[in-house]
Design a protein around this ligand. Sequence first.
Ligand code: URA
Ligand code: SF4
Length: 212
Amino acid sequence: MSAEDEYTAEPFVPERGGLPALRRAAADCRGCPLHRDATQTVFGEGDADARVMLVGEQPGDQEDRQGKPFVGPAGKLLDRALAEAGIDPAEAYVTNAVKHFKFTRAEPRKRRIHKAPSLREMTACGPWLAAELAVVEPELIVVLGATAGKALLGSSFRVTQVRGSVLEEEIHGRRERLVPTVHPSSVLRADDREAAYRGLVSDLETAARILS
Ligand code: URA
Ligand code: SF4
C-alpha cells in the first residue's frame, strides 16, 4: 500500500464536543494534501438541530476566501431555489463532501479554476461528513450533485437516474432519507438556464414536501 492510500481525516476528528469541537478540529485537518494550497477549511454551517442537511461538493473560490459554504454564485442561486421551493435556508445545515477548495491555475497568479476532488480525497474527508451527520441527525439529506452523491451513496451513484426521488439508505449505520438533485453550479453552466433552474426547484419541492 502506498502512503497516498492512507489519506484520511479520521485521526483529526474529535469524539465529543459537538459541532463547535468539530469545526475547531477541522480547521487543522491534514488528512489529505488539499489543505496545502487552500486558504482555510470550509466547515459546514447551521444549527445542530437543523431538520435538513444540504451536501455540496467542495468549497469554491469565494467559499475558500470567506471560510463559509455556498456564499459564492452557486450559493446565491441555491438560496433563491430553496426559498422558492419553500425551504428556509436559515433552517438548513449546509456542508460539503470535501472541506478544502481544490483548484488549478492556467498561469501563475491567474484566476483559480475549480477542479473536481478525486475519490481518494472524498474518502479522506468522509469522516467529517459522517461526524456532522451523527451530530445533526437530519430528517432529510439533500444531495447536491454527483460528488455529494458518490460520497454518501457510493461510486455507482448517477444523479440523472435518481434526481427528484426519495431514497432511503443506510449511511454510517443510520437509516437516512435523501433527495438527490443537480449541483447548483451546473444550473449556472446549463445552455437552458431557466429549464435547469426549474428542475432544481422542482427537486427541492420534493424535499420541502417531506419536511412539511
Ligand atoms: N459549490 C459547492 O459544492 N459548495 C460550495 O460551498 C460552493 C460551491
Ligand atoms: Fe482534511 Fe478534508 Fe481538508 Fe483533506 S479536504 S485536509 S481530509 S478537511
